[in-house]
Design a protein around this ligand. Structure first.
Ligand code: ADE
Length: 270
């Protein structure tokens, strides 16, 4: 998968994403991440990319043209690469309307006004071959270029940050770990928190006893069916206690629902 991040702070983004699991996946060729400096597309000699908003008001606005030129450069590169791959794979075919070559890449604008990012969105976006992430700064971006290029408005939560770089990094991280091969064991991406809409069960490592707290005995039993059952129950209980809103969209069996009710009742009655 290829991420293209349009930003005024390319170093911030690249420094943050070139380490650990994501950095390793980039080195392994499973992902590519490029940060495109919008300032390189400024059309004046001072390389300024912002101006005052018409109608007055606080702060500066990022202008439409540099953002548009940066987008166009990336979109052209994507089309060129796709056309090369297409010719390599099907040398005799010509590009048809509606083919992969015609398809415009998705462009996500990071903004507190967007739809709040979640695991389902990450799963959906992980199926894209290319994703362009547009980071705003100052008081935002001229509306006209947003209308022209943006396909998705995404927020990472109901709070306001100083720019879209951190949200873009959050999205790249959450999406990348779902790309096959990025996490060495694909099973863990499948079963972790939020899969199935349940939170992850508690985990323990050595020693068996720490600060007087013992590892639950079922985990030392070697009985896999019992361990699976205990983990599922802990996930359900934890979700009920910490994120009850998630349980509404969760498929629990009748038996599990009954078990949860009993647990809750036994906790409520001293
Ligand atoms: N830019 C500023 N705040 C943001 C947020 N919460 N999510 C996405 N982009 C943002």
């Amino acid at each position: 998968m290829n991420f293209h991040i349009l930003t005024l702070f390319p170093d911030m983004v690249m420094d943050g994403l070139n380490t650990s699991i994501i950095g390793r996946a980039v080195n392994a060729g499973l992902l590519s991440i490029e940060a495109v400096n919008i300032r390189d597309y400024a059309f004046n000699k001072h390389q300024s990319v912002d101006d005052y908003p018409y109608g007055g008001g606080a702060g500066m606005l990022m202008q439409a043209e540099p953002v548009y030129l940066a987008y166009q450069a990336v979109a052209e590169k994507i089309t060129e690469r796709r056309s090369l791959t297409e010719t390599e794979e099907h040398p005799e075919s010509t590009a048809e309307a509606g083919s992969d070559l015609e398809r415009k890449p998705r462009v996500v604008y990071l903004s507190p006004q967007g739809e709040v990012f979640n695991q389902k969105m990450a799963e959906e976006l992980a199926r894209e071959e290319d994703l362009i992430l547009l980071c705003g700064h100052y008081e935002g971006i001229d509306e006209r270029v947003l209308e022209e290029i943006v396909t998705d408005y995404v927020s990472i939560g109901d709070y306001v940050l100083t720019g879209g770089e951190l949200p873009a990094m959050v999205m790249v991280d959450a999406i990348s770990r779902l790309v096959p091969g990025v996490l060495h064991n694909d099973v863990s991406a499948e079963f972790e928190s939020f899969q199935d809409n349940l939170l992850e069960y508690p985990q323990y490592s050595r020693p068996e006893e720490w600060h007087g707290k013992k590892v639950p005995s079922v985990l030392l039993s070697g009985h896999h069916a019992n361990i699976e059952k205990w983990r599922r129950e802990q996930s359900i209980l934890r979700t009920y206690e910490r994120r009850p809103d998630l349980l509404e969209n969760c498929e629990l069996t009748v038996k599990e629902r009954r078990w949860l009710e009993e647990m809750v009742q036994s906790k409520e009655t001293p």
